[in-house]
Design a protein around this ligand. Structure first.
Ligand SMILES: NC(=O)c1ccc[n+]([C@@H]2O[C@H](COP(=O)([O-])OP(=O)(O)OC[C@H]3O[C@@H](n4cnc5c(N)ncnc54)[C@H](O)[C@@H]3O)[C@@H](O)[C@H]2O)c1
Length: 373
């Protein structure tokens, strides 16, 4: 379904004038190292974090030190009751198993929600969140921070300039030598426990892979086939590879926690050229002459290399979040409750869970709703 049919454009609403007043649910790694510094970078005229709900006592103590004067609670419900009328949005940064519950509790109380990826661990939960945002007229905004990496913005510029023509094929490889770790104070290996994570690397990182594929192909896929493997005694996968069919193209992805290096490699292929990204390195090849007998029928190419510093090794992505938070604030001001980002985050959950279903069924192809933008 095209995004526009899901959006309800009405004037945005804030509980307060001026800065957006936020409450964080889950003060762990990404909250402490990514979101909070990015809110600070944006400045107190844009965002003020006034409350934190955190189930772990050691983390509550750290929140009190890092955010002097902030109101700290043990549960998000306690926080939502106590902060009624004092906050505009809730930043959901807990492990995925609790995203839907906390987001629904916040949206139903008339609050906007910024939600870490994945939006939810089931399509039904993700749909319920989108439905609630529309019914309540409040923004549900996913953390699609990879779109704000300078190198990914550089890719977007190449595509917008129409230099390589219509994109027909995308490959996305995410190599990690281990699963990402949470803070030591709580369960730092929760990504290896399905009851917290909802899955392995595909549930953890797949959203970043898939929303980039949607963006570059300008559409949602119509089918997927997948294969996965787990190397240790865990109930979450280490490796997932998949092929997706799009209305006018294809994509393939490989995600690994057992690689020999930490790196992303993306290739984007258009009718007249291609882009290759390897962390900060961007190579753009453009066809400069028509295919002819003199060149073996392949065409004539010009290739540019550029380094676009994006700080990939730093998993906190503060600069990327800083840029993304502007879009969150804009969505609130515009009353864009369910934006293309939100729709993409729902499609990501559907794709990841469909990939799991395919992998568990001998890689049988699964149909998806699909659709062009
Ligand atoms: N967008 C990105 O680049 C990025 C990077 C890392 C993590 N993340 C996402 O952020 C989320 C958190 O990951 P993390 O690495 O920060 O994990 P973490 O373990 O470091 O932090 C999670 C925190 O949430 C707390 N918590 C757990 N359940 C809670 C609940 N019901 N209510 C309140 N507090 C609760 C824990 O005590 C812990 O302090 C996950 O969804 C993850 O996918 C996103």
């Amino acid at each position: 379904m095209p995004l526009e049919t899901l959006s309800t454009r009405e004037p945005g609403k804030r509980a307060s004038s001026g800065a957006l007043r936020g409450a964080i649910a889950g003060y762990g790694f990404i909250s402490e190292q990514g979101h909070v510094p990015a809110y600070a970078l944006a400045g107190p005229e844009c965002f003020r974090i006034v409350a934190v709900a955190e189930r772990c006592a050691a983390r509550r103590a750290k929140a009190r030190v890092a955010l002097p004067g902030v109101h700290v609670y043990e549960s998000h419900l306690e926080m939502l009751d106590a902060e009624r009328g004092n906050i505009d949005f809730v930043d959901v940064s807990t492990p995925p198993c609790d995203h839907a519950r906390i987001a629904l509790d916040a949206l139903s109380r008339g609050l906007h929600v910024l939600c870490e990826k994945p939006l939810a661990t089931t399509t039904a939960d993700a749909r319920a969140m989108v439905r609630m945002a529309r019914e309540q007229g409040r923004v549900l905004f996913p953390c699609h921070n990879y779109k704000h990496a300078p190198v990914v913005k550089a890719v977007r510029q190449v595509l917008d300039a129409k230099d390589i023509g219509r994109v027909r094929m995308v490959t996305l490889q995410t190599f990690r030598n281990t699963h990402a770790k949470g803070v030591d104070d709580w369960r730092k290996d929760w990504r290896r426990e399905r009851r917290f994570s909802g899955g392995g690397i595909a549930m953890d990182h797949g959203s970043h892979t898939f929303y980039l594929a949607f963006d570059w192909l300008g559409a949602y896929p119509t089918s997927i086939t997948a294969k996965m493997s787990t190397l240790g005694p865990f109930d979450t996968e280490d490796n997932l590879s998949c092929s997706m069919t799009f209305p006018e193209g294809t994509a393939s992805a490989h995600l690994s926690w057992t690689a020999g290096v930490r790196k992303v490699i993306y290739t984007i292929h258009g009718e007249r050229g291609a882009v290759r990204v390897e962390d900060d390195d961007v190579e753009v090849s453009r066809m400069t002459g028509d295919a002819g007998a003199g060149d073996g029928g392949h065409g004539v190419w010009a290739t540019n290399h550029e380094r676009v510093s994006s700080n990939w090794k730093d998993a906190s992505h503060v600069g990327w979040f800083r840029s993304m938070f502007d879009h969150f604030a804009r969505a609130i001001d515009a009353g864009d409750w369910v934006s293309r980002e939100t729709e993409s985050s729902l499609r990501c959950v559907d794709l990841i869970t469909s990939a799991y279903a395919s992998a568990l069924d001998g890689s049988r192809e699964r149909e998806l709703t699909g659709g062009r933008w």
